[in-house]
Design a protein. Sequence first.
Length: 583
Amino acid sequence: MNTHDRRTFLKCAGMAAVGAGLQGRAMAEEKGAEQVADAAHELRVKMEAPTGPLVSRTFAILQDRIQRRCSAKVVEADAGVQLILAIDGGLPPDAFRIDQVNEAVRIAGGSPRGLLYGVGKFLRTCRYDGTFKPSPWRGSSAPRGSLRGMYFATHFHNWYHQAPAAEISRYMEDLALWGVNAVMVIFPMINLQDWDDPQAEPAMNMVRLYAKTAKELGLQFATGVGNTMFTGAPKEIRATPLPDPTHRRGNSGHPICPSNPDGHKYLLDNTRQLFEKLSDIGVDILVHWPYDEGGCACEKCAPWGSSGYLKLSRDLTELGRSYFPNMKTVMSTWMFDTPPEGEWQGLSDALAKENGWLDYILADAHEDYPRYPLDVGVPGQLPLLNFPEISMWGNWPWGGVGAHPLPARFQRLWDQVKQAVEGGFPYSEGIYEDMNKAVVAQFYWDRDRSARSTLEEYIGYEFGSGVTQDVMTVIDILEASAGRAQRKEPADVDAVRRACQLAGDVDARLPGWARQNWRWEILRLRAVLDRERFAGDGLETPSAEAAMARLIEIYHCQMETDDPYHHRVRPRLKRAVSRKGEL
Ligand SMILES: [Zn+2]
């Protein structure tokens, strides 16, 4: 133990001697063996926060995450207290403070949700190397961004679509610990004939599961709407296809023309049914989406972004607020002016006259951030959000070779917008880009926190002490390899071999709880698969096949599927079958 750690340890002596190990023995020498024997396996937590479901849940999360990593038992207690969980109404609701009260560490939140975020910071800065070592972190922290979302794309039988409810719930807890405060999930009308489609009910149950889980964690539930609806929509109300000369904004699904009175009625009627089915749980945020799944190029709707889309978004907002009076709205401008047709300017002109019904403008693109809101200003002078694509870049199939960390990429993209953006909804296809989620969630919390600093905290918490530098090196090599793949350049074979060697060395040093953590497994398997595909004999070797088979288990992929899109999210194991082909 170095001098600094020693001092921290002594400062926290009241709760340091938890678990058996070196520090437990050190405590025995200082305080007498008897006392330590009592305290050895207990972390005594006093609940000063008023009881309620989220406070109880927060305690349960704390207990579970610590007990999973070391032999300490986390118990509620009123005497001999080592940790206090409290609410301090003087803090902003999402803020927290961690300080010292006599022998105990106190985590106070401005609300139960702020307490949950504080517990997240505490957990990530504790150490669990055989014994429990409480966090030395002291101070206050409040989020800068007001909307710190995640968008889960629940389709293609990806992890979000396939994972059991308990895993989803646990994963959402983990994201909440990083400061996330909103989750978006969309009802996939695009894949359904109508409300009577046999898949409609399971799809709605899935949306409701995410909504309910979000609410239980104090997170906002967001869903998206637009002018794309069921595949069974009558032909005569369909939209006029968009010109898409750059092939970037798409014409997916079956969009409806809202300028056609029957089309407008169809859109409103079906959105009303969607709200009805969510009315008992509630929708906190409605996100309007213009393109890919959406758009109409008819004379009355054009230019879509500042005419047909704008009017429809306002009508759907009004409808939504009749169910959910406090519902916030986000207007996405994704792929506006691609090609240029005055959508940004038209939206600015319209919102200059009336913007009261909108809360946020969302913008983003496949690569660099759109210039209009940065150079000219945000339409309606509303808070601006981003929509970083954290899943697909440099990566096919998505997650198919394991973890996909891109800290340098997201740092670069964030630096373009960090002065202007209030938060956003990263687009996620699965759990393999978990590191990107942590990085972006922390950008939203503290715009000046670097991706590297977040990952160092992530590594210490998820993989344990003493491996940070090596894991960072592995991550840097994996990111560089993804960049070369994206640019269709040859891999750096030596670097790829080194990353795999290093991942193996780290693996041998990890404590059992970290080695069994899926977050470590997917990173290690990525290093193995990069070696096989870039510096070995390809992805049909026994070790590549074993790695992909394990990823398939972790992602809950189907080995035989009828989903023609499943191959987008399933590792390319030769024996995996797509019975209806691949689209
Ligand atoms: Zn139209």
